[in-house]
Design a protein around this ligand. Structure first.
Ligand SMILES: Cc1cc2nc3c(=O)[nH]c(=O)nc-3n(C[C@H](O)[C@H](O)[C@H](O)COP(=O)(O)O)c2cc1C
Length: 180
């Protein structure tokens, strides 16, 4: 098995976020040949195109982790039928860079009722030339479950859904590499 580096982002800044718990669980559940780095978006300033040439450490770190990663995993909540502000802010910072376009993307939805944000997020990611891998989409009901990452790992149905999505993501990335 080829080693694969992936970057995972949570669109929630909440300490007990289900989305952060899901990517934390996935990082632990991943086989040893898949290394998942959890990126931070909370230190990014509010997006301002005038500042794109500035030295912003949080942006530098995000861009270099994305550059090193063969794929991006995003788990994000819906707020008022929209994309989470912190995630949209992070994506806006990545619009004009070379790191994002054509990057394979795995989406995790921790609240299946939150369909508006998923639809809007897909539109944004596609507009940014992201490569959404539909087979790797994972939808699990964590909302109101009180599960943290350990609870997710201990739940065979949810853990299995995450692992299956990751396997599909791995296969799609490897397949695309062999097409080049
Ligand atoms: C201000 C606010 C607005 C929300 N709006 C929606 C919404 O429109 N649709 C929805 O399904 N959930 C909505 N929710 C619920 C969140 O998506 C849900 O609590 C989710 O678990 C938050 O993600 P997290 O656990 O990763 O922090 C909202 C929550 C907050 C705090």
């Amino acid at each position: 098995m080829e080693n694969l580096k992936l970057l995972a982002l949570s669109g929630s800044l909440r300490k007990t976020s289900y989305n952060t718990a899901a990517i934390t669980a996935l990082k632990i559940l991943a086989p040893e040949y898949i290394k998942i780095t959890i990126g931070e978006i909370d230190k990014l300033p509010l997006f301002n195109p005038d500042r794109e040439d500035e030295n912003i450490p949080a942006l530098k770190t995000l861009k270099s982790s994305l550059n090193e990663a063969s794929g991006l995993i995003i788990a994000s909540p819906e707020y008022a039928h929209g994309i989470s502000g912190p995630l949209k802010n992070a994506l806006d910072w990545l619009v004009s860079g070379a790191e994002f376009p054509y990057k394979p993307i795995m989406l995790i939805n921790t609240s299946p009722r939150a369909s508006h944000a998923q639809t809007a997020l897909k539109e944004v990611l596609t507009t940014m030339s992201g490569n959404i891998i539909n087979e790797s989409y994972v939808s699990v009901t964590l909302l109101s479950s009180n599960l943290d990452s350990s609870g997710i790992i201990a739940n065979p149905i949810i853990a299995n859904a995450l692992k299956t999505g990751l396997n599909h993501f791995y296969d799609a990335i490897e397949h695309q590499k062999s097409d080049i």
